[in-house]
Write a protein that binds this ligand. Sequence first.
Ligand SMILES: Cc1ncc(COP(=O)(O)O)c(C=O)c1O
Length: 462
Amino acid sequence: MIVTRSAEDVANDVLNRYRQRTPKSRKQHEIARQYLPSGDTRMATHYRPYPTYMVKGEGAWITDCDGNRYFDLLNNFTSLVHGHANPAIVEDAADQLMRGTVFGSATGPQVELAKLLIERIPGVDLLRFTNSGTEATMMMMRAARAYTGRDIIVKIDGGYHGAHDFVKVSVSADMENGNRPQARLEGRGVPDAVLNAVMVVPFNDLSYTESVLREHHQRIAALIVEPIPNSGGMIPPAPGYLRGLRELTERYDILLLLDEIVSLRVSSGGMQKIDGIAPDMTAVAKFIGGGFPIGAFGGKKAIMDHFDQDLYPDFIQHSGTFNGNNITMIAGLAAMRKLDQAAIDRINGLGQRLQDGINQICMGLGIRIRCLGYGSLQQIQWSDEPIVTLSDVRRANQDIGKSAELLHLEMLNRGLHSSTRCMFNISTPTQASDIDRALEAIEASLDTLRPYFREAAPRLLQ
Ligand SMILES: Cc1ncc(COP(=O)(O)O)c(C=O)c1O
């Protein structure tokens, strides 16, 4: 007699094995909650029943406080392109640490990192550093308003550009208004007034975008877009989409702002280099700091010159106590020098190997899940239907019960560290054999969850 396990049995089994492996993490979390709301200082690292507390990283591997080892496919949300504790980065950063972190003065290392980035990124003639991607997009948008004298920024419905007020709009895509999404405030505490200065358009949709630009261009400063929307689902742009946005923004005299904070890694000069376009401004962050906090924004000289205190009495103001600090700049330089074309090609190839492998496994198991992404950036999608806009991604996440959180926990149980939305990115110390072992773990995880899918998410099975 075949005994079929219930969805509840499967979920309990996954959770029980998670708890058995991670008793010290549970204790740590109980203590953490006494001092930090929900035990942490960022939303993305929080999950139930409690998060695993990682204590050590080396190359592509990390260890938790219970001694379990994991192949790291998260790499602090794409910010560790060389994995953990890379010897060259550690050596350079430690050397600088001994000589001082920041002096409250102009310093040389930021010039070298700026030069390297400008040489690589087509749309950047001049740039400035910040301490996060959030500040980078905030300053880039402010610069666009100052330069054009207009207030409105058009953003992608479902696009994420950090935590500041003017991008806390429509971060979860609108599923009610078809291809005419309405701008909505995202989360509490953001003033209603923000909605006067932000409009939204769907990703990969040039025709509706054109209609918005045509109608409102006299009030629009810029359009901001992430070439491969990361938190939107890591879906690639349709062929010709970015080029189309470049043409439209030029036609209506609007600045094009690219958020390449995540996508910079797909080539030496990001997605803009692959697509052969030069945006007016670009924001970068994450791995360009070699594992330390960083952001940067830059663009055409005519725009960036407005930050020049010697050129413009009414220059655009930009400050930050740790902007351009020596440790980040030195570590960033080491990381960026190591990320040469061969390294980029290699991790892109490994990302493709992961994507192809997952898709073969899902087809073999008759599970309607797919992996989508670009190069070293990949994510599980809960549908095998075409996914074009960010509302498609959101729709695919519906009617699946706890499938995503259980897959994330089951992969942890099997030694794979990813984000709760099952996003993967590849670091340079990763070997093809790591990917192949990860595929075995993913196949076993999906097989374990199959009875759960059958009862709680039947549309995932053929
Ligand atoms: C596309 C994009 N823009 C901006 C940000 C914000 O960067 P940070 O977390 O460094 O503020 C992120 C962070 O995930 C991001 O993915």
